[in-house]
Design a binder for this molecule. Structure first.
Ligand SMILES: Cc1cc2nc3c(=O)[nH]c(=O)nc-3n(C[C@H](O)[C@H](O)[C@H](O)COP(=O)(O)OP(=O)(O)OC[C@H]3O[C@@H](n4cnc5c(N)ncnc54)[C@H](O)[C@@H]3O)c2cc1C
Length: 422
């Protein structure tokens, strides 16, 4: 692995051969998360592919010329030409490996893979998920001098890092950009000494043995496991939804309704959460249109009665969203009547989607006692039905899911574990 400057780029990269270039910056948590993976992979692939690093801030002109707009950015070259898609953000080891393997012959890949040595490391506690729940548990455990590893399939922060503004987290007078709040939480926990393994693939979790396998070859063992893997909102799947998430499309009324004072919004869904959240959103907006796929609401009768009587709410039955488009500061939702197939465009200031959330438990759901919605049951110490396994935050069975409640759960689990391991 070698560090180069812009002056050396043409010779080292464009002059032929297979090359991977890491454009990195300082004070860049995803760059830090990538550094050890890059180093590690250079040991494996370094004889066949040249591993180079370019300090982006010190070589701005080169980065701009190549269209590198974020750090880290991995670029792949073969015979002087860029090959493979660029990787940026929370880059996973498996994504780098896929691109590297595509640059080599099948025989070469097989030979390289035969050199991979499985590794095993041991900790007191494994925390799965570095959102507010996991980060808080990590902080408390670390401050109790308990050797803890935080594992996340993405970069630390959880939902908060993609939330536009958070105005209900105590201790801040002004609303905080979500990414700042999650960055501060993460840095506080890291500074204490908690080990991070982030942007990894979690290959396997054995709750009984307290073992987690990462990126197929790395086994992490512990005495306790905390599950803090949160939830994923169900998506409509309509084009534009993913791109506009946090930019006009929201999945949380408590968090975002207040930004739509006197504006018009649409709500997708017709079950309990859609109907109850719609009622709440009308405290702020002047008009709200519910788009629901069936010919009647599926929420409970009491909630239905309230919205049906609410003069601010209009309901479009038998309708599903087909596309979300941003036009200036408006969100245009293309809606199709599922019976007549007629399409129309609804122009609003924002869209809320409440078609359910699902807990992230695929890797261990068969082992744990769950409630009827699939959330993990815990006791008051956050213990699950598997001895030595705790769960905190949005992934557990509870009524209210907020940053403050996740943080509280993380605190409780960590204190309970600290007492047990004492
Ligand atoms: C759009 C939106 C806006 C919100 N705004 C607010 C707000 O303003 N105020 C407020 O109080 N609440 C808000 N909430 C709710 C709040 O974000 C959640 O209650 C809180 O983030 C829950 O924290 P958590 O740690 O339980 O889970 P999450 O924040 O969901 O974090 C879970 C973490 O686990 C990781 N993970 C998932 N699967 C695995 C796996 N198999 N292995 C390892 N890691 C895994 C994820 O990558 C993620 O980093 C909002 C929610 C959404 C969706």
């Amino acid at each position: 692995m070698q560090e180069i400057t812009a002056a050396e780029f043409d010779w080292e990269v464009l002059n032929g051969g297979k090359v991977i270039v890491d454009f990195y910056s300082t004070e860049c948590p995803p760059c830090e998360a990538l550094a050890s993976k890059f180093e590690d992979l250079s040991q494996l692939y370094g004889n066949d592919i040249k591993f180079l690093k370019v300090f982006r801030q010190g070589n701005r002109e080169l980065a701009e010329k190549l269209g590198v707009k974020s750090s880290p950015a991995l670029l792949f070259y073969d015979k002087g030409q860029e090959v493979a898609s660029r990787l940026t953000g929370g880059i996973k080891r498996s994504d780098i490996i896929r691109n590297l393997d595509n640059m080599l012959t099948a025989e070469k890949v097989k030979e390289i893979k035969s050199h991979i040595k499985p590794s095993v490391s041991e900790f007191d506690v494994i925390i799965l998920g570095a959102g507010p729940g996991g980060l808080t548990a990590g902080l408390y455990l670390c401050q109790s001098k308990i050797n803890t590893v935080l594992i996340d399939i993405a970069l630390p922060g959880g939902h908060v890092s993609t939330t536009h503004e958070v105005s209900n987290y105590p201790g801040f007078i002004e609303p905080q950009p979500g990414f700042m709040l999650s960055h501060n939480m993460s840095e506080q926990t890291k500074l204490c000494g908690t080990i991070y393994k982030v942007a990894v693939d979690v290959t396997r979790v054995d709750l009984e043995k307290k073992e987690v396998v990462l990126d197929e070859y790395e086994t992490v063992k512990a005495k306790r496991i905390i599950i803090a893997t949160g939830t994923t909102p169900n998506l409509t799947g309509a084009p534009g939804e993913k791109e506009l998430k946090g930019k006009g499309i929201s999945y949380c009324a408590t968090c975002d309704a207040k930004y739509y004072n006197d504006k018009e919004v649409i709500v997708i869904g017709g079950g309990n959460s859609a109907v109850e959240e719609s009622e709440y959103i009308t405290r702020f907006v002047k008009k709200l249109t519910i788009v629901h796929q069936f010919d009647k609401l599926t929420a409970n009768k009491q909630a239905q009665d309230k919205v049906l009587k609410n003069p601010k709410i209009n309901i479009l039955f038998d309708s599903e969203p087909r596309a979300f488009i941003k036009e200036g500061d408006k969100i245009v939702t293309e809606v199709e009547n599922v019976k007549t197939k007629e399409r129309r465009k609804l122009v609003s200031d924002g869209a809320f989607i409440f078609i359910g959330m699902k807990p992230n438990i695929d890797l261990f759901k068969d082992k744990l006692e769950l409630d009827k919605w699939g959330y993990i049951k815990t006791d008051e110490d956050m213990k699950t039905s598997v001895p030595g396994v705790y769960a905190v935050g949005d992934v557990i069975s509870k009524k209210y899911r907020q940053i403050t409640t996740a943080v509280a759960d993380g605190t409780i689990a960590a204190m309970a574990i600290a007492k047990e391991l004492d």
